[in-house]
Design a protein around this ligand. Structure first.
Ligand SMILES: Nc1nc2c(c(=O)[nH]1)N[C@H]1C(S)=C(S)[C@@H](COP(=O)(O)OP(=O)(O)OC[C@H]3O[C@@H](n4cnc5c(=O)[nH]c(N)nc54)[C@H](O)[C@@H]3O)O[C@H]1N2
Ligand SMILES: Nc1nc2c(c(=O)[nH]1)N[C@H]1C(S)=C(S)[C@@H](COP(=O)(O)OP(=O)(O)OC[C@H]3O[C@@H](n4cnc5c(=O)[nH]c(N)nc54)[C@H](O)[C@@H]3O)O[C@H]1N2
Ligand SMILES: [Mo]
Length: 720
């Protein structure tokens, strides 16, 4: 019997789609969720992850008390201790690190954005370390940097609902953001909007598209420049906007001369006519919304140029800050929103300490951008003490060993630390390296506000039940740790910190809880009043800043670091192009693999491969195979998929649970199945540290002793 149903926002595993839900509770326990039909985006939708929420909260393997390592370093064995002991130990270790090595020797890392940025940044600022890292360079960072350099805005929110042209560029929201975007996309398509999909895989959305551009992985910048070429050649750009609000148009026009549809066709594998047709659709549309994949567009060795080129496409067609285009959505919380610069650690440190931020020397753009730093700037400090040693780390919701490219290196790096603590619901390959593990509260067990990529809204996500065992809200953990370390200036309670973020628009937590959600009007064409927040006040098609830092001032195409074209010899030995990480709605990165109801839907890592390519290699559908790059091998099942071009394969990321579910297999699973064992983090975008997880070369083969496709399950949810 349901005792009560509390309106909230689903945040299972930190899912960014954040559907509106009613959490049903009885006897102090969560029974499940129901979709909230009144939520402006999800309108009643829920996904398998959300529906499994109760299985996560009451999972028998959930860590419910703080854990302290027993035995040798990296033993992976722990005993339960009190919060007092655990936090006391952490505080002692952090203070000792600071005393011996300096405050900058402590780094905090977080996985994808899960709500702690203000709290982690403020903690670090009071401690004195400028080093907050995340997968930013794989996820959003290069896009934000590209759009900020071009027009001074962080463009992440397309207005699909009102657009005449939905463009999904390496973006498959049906899997990755269903509750947030699919209603609006369907609404636009029903009203006759065109759909352009740029994706090597024939996803369901690609099959619905007016233009599916089946691109060779990693060649996106060439396509974007080809589209710009056609739009300029056909004079489909917005002449008035270009004349009044851009700088460098003539140089851009000159620059894209060489990116003819024919040349771009040779690079991308898309017919020249198809490139022209898509460009004309985009350019002629009354409005066009550019939806860039937040992973895809960043995981390239020239990510900065793609981020810029996509912004330029939007700008010259007059789609900046207009309905149906790319509005400059502002959260009601303004600068105090989750990712607001107000909290950026470096802006709250003395200059000489901020200048020590690890990314700054390698990637000068970090001197201008209040963003977390990329993990790739942190590993050398751990491994080689360069430019100075990092000796202690706290990982908050980050299964680093599975998430980051080149996991062997990640393990080596984390293994050098004197002290590592992790905050996670479950034991993972990463927590096995920890000295302390802290058990966080689930989203149903703590108070939170949701305002990141929520357009002009802020939503209340109130605590519904008491935490299981001794699990504790992470904000509370930081508050407790700050008090123990004697910080002056940290928030005294979770509520105080939430009120601080709500304060600028005159609300407080109690009031927001009552309202459920609050929104402010969207302001269009704000540049007419204020100009663009770029050096020149206009959209910088040509970037003087990039030029002054030694980067190309106009976007240029660069071949993937490994490809049939850039490394033809390697291609003879590794004749398949590999892309990774297309999302599957049933999982979130490496999380939820241990939830039987979800695992049943997608039990094994599956390499999607065109049947022709597989048959040439004598590989059956469902057969266990190895995938090998120059960096190593992992095991997957082959899954026939006609939506890929022959010669291109796709591997999911995040698998680590073993195929037979034995303990040994689970401990080793991250080495055997996780695709990041064989991805690369050495060939990075030199401006944004983007790592090339979307275009590599590999070969595949039968696994010795493989049992063919007997026992192959039917996959209920293909990730496409
Ligand atoms: N090859 C390849 N690799 C990729 C990608 C790809 O496309 N291809 N995508 C990349 C991208 S875009 C990203 S953002 C990263 C993501 O990287 P991460 O965010 O680190 O992803 P996970 O591996 O799921 O690790 C998250 C961990 O946090 C735990 N967790 C979930 N919710 C909470 C919470 O509320 N609190 C706490 N304390 N813990 C929680 C989960 O149990 C899990 O162990 O992965 C990247 N890795
Ligand atoms: N269920 C679920 N949802 C998620 C996540 C999750 O783990 N699970 N992760 C979340 C996070 S942190 C992120 S960053 C987002 C990312 O999710 P999205 O924004 O949708 O983008 P990606 O997953 O990066 O890429 C999606 C598409 O890019 C295609 N693709 C692969 N290689 C290329 C290429 O070279 N060029 C082009 N144009 N396309 C290519 C893939 O086939 C795939 O269909 O998803 C979020 N949503
Ligand atoms: Mo991400």
């Amino acid at each position: 019997m349901t005792e009560k149903a509390v309106r909230s926002i689903c945040f299972e595993a930190g899912c960014h789609a954040r559907c509106g839900v009613l959490v049903e509770v009885a006897y102090g326990r969560v029974l499940g969720i129901r979709g909230d039909k009144d939520h402006p985006f999800s309108r009643g939708f829920t996904c398998p992850k959300g529906r499994a929420t109760r299985d996560v909260i009451y999972h028998p393997e959930r860590i419910t008390r703080p854990q302290l390592r027993v035995g040798a370093k990296h033993s992976g064995r722990f005993e339960s201790v009190s919060w007092d002991t655990a936090l006391g130990h952490i505080a002692d270790q952090l203070l000792a690190t600071r005393q011996r090595w300096g405050a900058e020797a402590l780094v905090f890392g977080a996985g994808t954005v899960r709500g702690l940025h203000p709290h982690l940044n403020r903690f670090l600022a009071l401690f004195g370390s400028p080093n907050f890292f995340s997968p930013i360079n794989m996820s959003g960072g290069p896009l934000i940097m590209g759009s900020a350099l071009t027009c001074g805005l962080a463009l992440l929110g397309p207005d699909y609902g009102n657009t005449r042209c939905v463009t999904l560029w390496g973006h498959n929201p049906e899997m990755s953001f269903p509750g947030l975007y699919m209603n609006e996309i369907n609404q636009a398509l029903s009203a006759g909007a065109k759909l352009i999909v740029v994706d090597p895989r024939g996803t369901r959305l690609a099959q619905r598209a007016d233009h599916w551009l089946q691109i060779r992985p990693g060649t996106d910048t060439a396509l974007a420049l080809g589209l710009i070429h056609v739009i300029i050649r056909e004079e489909l750009y917005h002449q008035e906007f270009v004349a009044n609000w851009t700088v460098g148009f003539d140089r851009l026009r000159e620059h894209v001369q060489t990116y003819t549809p024919e040349r771009c066709a040779r690079i991308t594998g898309i017919a020249a006519g198809a490139i022209e047709a898509a460009a004309i659709t985009f350019g002629q549309a009354e409005s066009a919304a550019m939806g860039p994949g937040m992973g895809m567009t960043c995981q390239l060795n020239n990510a900065i140029h793609l981020g810029r080129a996509l912004t330029i496409l939007t700008a010259i067609t007059g789609n900046l800050e207009v309905p149906g285009g790319m509005p400059n959505y502002q959260a009601p919380t303004g600068d105090r929103c989750l990712l607001g610069s107000h909290f950026d650690v470096c802006l709250n440190l003395p200059k000489e300490q901020a200048d020590k931020q690890l990314a700054r020397a390698m990637y000068p753009l970090w001197n201008f951008m209040p963003l977390p730093i990329p993990a790739e700037a942190v590993w050398p400090a751990m491994l080689e003490g360069k430019p100075y040693p990092v000796k202690a780390a706290g990982l908050w919701a980050n299964n680093a060993l599975c998430a980051y490219a080149n996991s062997k290196m990640v393990k080596e790096a984390l293994s050098t630390l004197d002290f590592l603590f992790c905050v996670d619901f479950f034991h993972t390959p990463t927590t096995a390296l920890a000295d302390v593990i802290l058990p966080p509260a689930h989203w149903t067990e703590r108070d939170e506000i949701e305002d990141a990529i929520m357009k002009n809204h802020v939503f209340a996500q109130p605590k519904v039940v008491e935490p299981v065992g001794e699990c504790r809200s992470e904000k509370q953990i930081l508050t407790d740790l700050a008090a123990r370390m004697g910080f002056d200036g940290y928030w005294g309670s979770v509520e105080e910190s939430i009120n601080y973020r709500l304060e600028p628009f005159g609300l407080d937590w109690e009031k927001l809880k009552e309202l459920g959600h609050y929104s402010i009007p969207v302001v269009y064409r704000s540049y007419e009043k204020n100009g663009f927040q770029s050096g020149s006040g206009k959209v910088e098609l040509y970037s003087e800043l990039l030029q002054s830092l030694g980067y190309a001032p106009l976007p240029e195409y660069e071949e993937p670091f490994e490809s049939p074209v850039s490394t033809p010899e390697l291609y003879r030995e590794y004749p398949l192009v590999l892309t990774t990480g297309g999302r599957n709605v049933v999982y979130y990165h490496s999380a939820l693999r241990n939830v039987p109801a979800l695992r049943k839907l997608a039990p094994d890592p599956e390499l999607q491969i065109h049947p022709e390519t597989a048959r040439e290699l004598n590989i059956e559908d469902g057969e266990w195979i190895f995938i090998e790059t120059v960096r190593g091998r992992v095991e997957h099942r082959a899954r026939y998929f006609e939506g890929l071009a022959p010669g291109v394969v796709h591997a999911p990321h995040g698998y680590w649970y073993g195929k037979d579910d034995s303990l040994a297999d689970r401990e080793d699973g991250w080495k055997r199945y996780n695709i990041n064992q064989i991805t690369d983090n050495q060939h990075r975008c030199d401006a944004t540290a983007g790592v090339p997880c979307k275009a590599m070369l590999c070969r595949i083969g039968k696994l010795a002793g493989s049992r063919g496709n007997r026992n192959a399950p039917t996959t209920a949810w293909q990730s496409a």
